[in-house]
Design a protein around this ligand. Structure first.
Ligand code: AMP
Length: 215
């Protein structure tokens, strides 16, 4: 499959993307995960991105496009990809359109995950993420808690609350989403690629997306 997952922070894009990779071997490409790994490793990209990320702001389009141009041409993308958290702005969407046309790649569709704001706020403040950059398993202290002592059940590393998941950063991220990312709904609507999924359960959303792919 070749799809984009669109949705506010906390809409469940990461969880849905991970479940979809099990379906047909398509890879999940999360710009947030790539950036967090770069910050942890202290690479030049990570050093440039860290300040923006910690305050919940978007990293400049030019940095994101540089990394996505390389990533989308890596061999594991040949089977398909699920874009999670990219594009996030109209300039990124325009640049992606040009990039995909050059690579002769057609998207199946853009899945817009619609989730009520109170559900999003609750999810974000209760989320915990595995601190191991090679794992990054996501937990929720209410519905899917980590193991005893707050360690990751998969790899045993401590789970953490991300710096951008404080209440202040979360409200800034939601404002940023409304101002810069929500206009992509109109953009992809005009492109004839938009499919909206009211998403309260990630598992149900995955089934609906699979159904739409088969149709
Ligand atoms: P995420 O895990 O997708 O919520 O991303 C975490 C943070 O990484 C965001 O708050 C941004 O600072 C940055 N980021 C991730 N993807 C992008 C993108 N496509 N454009 C700009 N910034 C991004």
């Amino acid at each position: 499959m070749r799809i984009i997952l669109l949705g506010a922070p906390g809409a469940g894009k990461g969880t849905v993307a991970k479940l979809l990779t099990e379906f047909d071997g398509s890879v999940q490409i999360s710009t947030g995960d790539i950036l967090r790994a770069a910050v942890k490793e202290g690479t030049p990209l990570g050093k440039e991105a860290k300040g923006y990320m910690d305050r919940g702001d978007l990293v400049p389009d030019s940095l994101i496009m540089k990394l996505m141009e390389v990533r989308l041409q890596e061999p594991d993308c040949a089977k398909g990809f699920i874009l999670d958290g990219f594009p996030r702005t109209i300039p990124q969407a325009e640049a992606l359109k040009t990039l995909l046309a050059g690579l002769k790649i057609r998207l199946d569709f853009v899945a817009n995950l619609e989730v009520p704001r109170d559900v999003i706020l609750d999810r974000l403040t209760t989320r915990r993420t595995c601190s191991n950059p090679d794992c990054q398993e996501i937990y929720n202290i209410k519905s899917n808690p980590p193991g005893p002592g707050g360690v990751c059940k998969k790899c045993g590393s401590p789970t953490i609350q991300r710096a951008d998941e404080t209440e202040e950063a979360i409200s800034f991220r939601l404002e940023t989403y409304n101002a810069k990312t929500a206009p992509l709904i109109g953009f992809y609507g005009k492109e004839g690629l938009l499919k909206t999924f009211v998403s309260l359960s990630s598992k149900d959303t995955v089934e609906s997306i699979k159904g739409a792919l088969k149709a």
